[in-house]
Design a binder for this molecule. Structure first.
Ligand SMILES: [Zn+2]
Length: 285
């Protein structure tokens, strides 16, 4: 019997990756170590950094249905420990030097459907705006193009395909008070492309997303996220293309005076316990 193609999409995090030694053994050990280190990190934070004003950017890729209640716990932690603000406000505070408290801004990378279906309603319950950095070409896959989506996902994201958001999802997120940012056209590693391709990935993704959403796209997020993935000439291209900011995946807090085209940001998984969240939001100043 032929299976419904939609049934092939993972519905929980445990189905997302092919089974591997790393996922089965190394990640649980790392998670446990981080949880054990967390009280130490919190103690050091309260002594050294609790009064250091900063902007902390946290980002997710997905929130699956079985992670919804944990994700709500994360938002409660942010609400109790930070002033949660929109990405645009975070950027304007950093640009103007108005970093007079502990601020936090939430983002999502790539553009998967569960962002709109699971994460956004919970964010809205908490009255928290987020920015969704979407891969412009990913937004164009329609039902029926599963095999193309599968090869796109495996080559770009290294995991099984997930249903993608589309134009209507982006418009609904905007109407709900969220922002849409660009994460390139095709999730290209900008350090590995010619100048012309990098320019197109950066500038054209903005135009495509603005046409799709009918709204200005002001912020950029470069794929893969490490310093080596984002050479200085690309940083300058982002600024020239008219974006107001660019975030990385290099962990840490941002203080007044940070380069708004190379901001630090912490990757968070929606299934993590609060102890892990504390560890990553209380280190790397
Ligand atoms: Zn990405």
């Amino acid at each position: 019997m032929e299976s419904n193609p939609v049934e092939r999409f993972p519905e929980r995090y445990s189905e997302l990756y092919e089974p591997s030694m790393r996922r089965r053994l190394i990640e649980p050990v790392r998670d446990l170590a981080v949880s054990l280190m967390s009280p130490l990190a919190s103690a050091a934070y309260h002594i050294r950094y609790a009064r250091v004003n900063h902007v902390r950017f946290v980002y997710y890729h997905f929130v699956f249905g079985d992670q919804a209640s944990r994700f709500a716990e994360h938002l409660r932690f942010y609400r109790d420990n930070y002033r949660v603000i929109s990405h645009s406000e975070a950027i304007s505070r950093l640009r103007d030097g108005r970093v007079d408290d502990r601020y936090l801004s939430i983002s999502f990378d790539d553009g998967f459907k569960n962002n709109a279906e699971v994460a956004a309603p919970i964010l809205e319950q908490f009255g928290m705006p987020a920015i969704f950095f979407v891969v412009a070409n990913l937004m164009k896959f329609s039902p029926g193009e599963e095999s193309e989506l599968e090869s796109f996902s495996r080559s770009r994201f290294g995991h099984r395909p997930l249903r993608n958001m589309d134009r209507d999802d982006l418009r609904r997120l905007l109407a709900g008070g969220h922002e849409i940012g660009s994460h390139t056209l095709s999730h290209a590693r900008l350090s590995n492309t010619t100048l012309a391709v990098a320019e197109r990935e950066i500038a054209q993704s903005r135009t495509v997303l603005e046409e799709m959403t009918g709204s200005p796209v002001k912020h950029f997020c470069f794929p893969y996220g490490l310093a080596a993935d984002f050479p200085a000439h690309c940083r300058d291209m982002v600024e020239r293309a008219g974006y107001q900011s660019c975030v990385s995946a290099i962990r840490g807090a941002n203080q007044a005076g940070a380069d708004v085209y190379h901001l630090r940001r912490d990757h968070i998984m929606a299934n993590w316990p609060i102890s892990q969240l504390k560890y990553f939001t209380r280190t790397n100043f």
